[in-house]
Ligand binder design. Structure first.
Ligand code: CP
Length: 313
């Protein structure tokens, strides 16, 4: 076993060997999800707390399901229905959960560094489910898993990320992970939405989507965050759609081998046309499915270390 940290906070401090271990463990977990009884006793007696300070569909429910598939006890806390509305701090809420016996705290928060802060202050394992614009490591892992499952490898592939790179934790985590696994990563979007020093992460920058798509094996299309338009970071939805929207003409020109991804939730008709999202080249639903396996793998690796491998066979 190579992943020995107490917490899992991001791919910036996860090496290629650890990523490989997570992806391989997820493959075993995915086998469980194909059985008629999709449940194993591996984490029986363990408690997982989902602490979500931001809205989420995919991440929250897949962590929930992942914990249940492994037979852990799981509780979900959301901002609107807890004492967070009465002003309780993140740390006090997490400590309250901890003294009730939680083994793993999964946290999504709008502040970059929130998961790290918790990890340093509670003894339970902390799993980052997205912290502000900083990091969304489980999304990047499920993206990498999906690419590897479909194309058989990551090393040497050309992966293009389209859209709001500056505010995207998905982009940042994908860049960290894909680069460590030997992929070539490019980004494209309005220059106001590309961080000035992004090249230091080892990625190529384009401003023209058609040019950027030439030779790409994978295109990962980010959700356009509508509030950016209100703050003047791109001129109009119509112009964004024309310059950076993935449509059927662009898909046809890119060729039938291009893999189309989107982390969700999608703005259909803006960054991605329905004809592309629902095409045979799209693996968007597989990404969601693989998210459960990735989250099962991480819960197992963090909370089930002392449990023998046979339990997942
Ligand atoms: N991709 C993603 O994180 O989706 P949710 O916000 O629905 O969890």
């Amino acid at each position: 076993m190579t992943l020995t940290k107490k917490d899992f906070l991001g791919l910036y401090d996860t090496d290629a060997e650890e990523i490989e271990e997570i992806l391989n463990t997820a493959r075993a977990m995915k086998d469980i999800l194909t059985r008629s009884v999709k449940k194993v006793p591996t984490l029986r007696g363990k408690t997982v707390i989902n602490l979500f300070y931001e809205p989420s569909t995919r991440t929250k429910f897949s962590f929930n399901l992942a914990a249940k598939r492994l037979s852990a006890d799981v509780m979900s806390i959301s901002k609107s229905t807890s004492s967070i509305t009465k002003g309780e701090s993140l740390l006090d809420t997490a400590k309250t959960m901890e003294v009730m016996g939680s083994d793993v705290v999964v946290v999504r928060h709008s502040s970059p560094g929130a998961a790290k802060f918790l990890a340093e202050n509670i003894s339970a394992a902390v799993l980052n489910a997205g912290d502000g614009a900083h990091s969304h490591p489980t999304q990047a892992l499920l993206d990498m898993y999906t690419i590897r499952e479909k194309l058989g490898r990551l090393a040497g592939l050309k992966v293009l990320i389209v859209g709001d790179i500056a505010h995207s934790r998905v982009a940042r985590s994908n860049i960290w992970g894909l680069k460590k696994m030997g992929a070539e990563v490019s980004v494209v979007g309005p220059l106001t939405l590309i961080p000035t020093e992004i090249e230091k992460m080892g990625v190529k920058v384009y401003s023209n989507l058609d040019k950027a798509l030439e030779g790409a094996d994978v295109v990962n299309i980010l959700r356009i965050q509508m509030e950016r338009q209100e703050s003047g970071l791109f001129p109009s939805i119509r112009e964004y759609r024309e310059l950076y929207g993935m449509n059927k003409e662009r898909l046809k020109k890119a060729g039938k081998d291009l893999l189309v991804m989107h982390p969700g939730p999608m703005n259909r008709g803006i960054e991605i046309e329905s004809s592309v999202a629902d095409s045979s080249q799209s693996v968007i639903t597989e990404q969601v499915k693989n998210g459960v396996a990735i989250r099962m793998a991480l819960l197992y690796l963090l909370a089930g270390r002392e449990i023998k491998n046979e339990d997942i066979d």
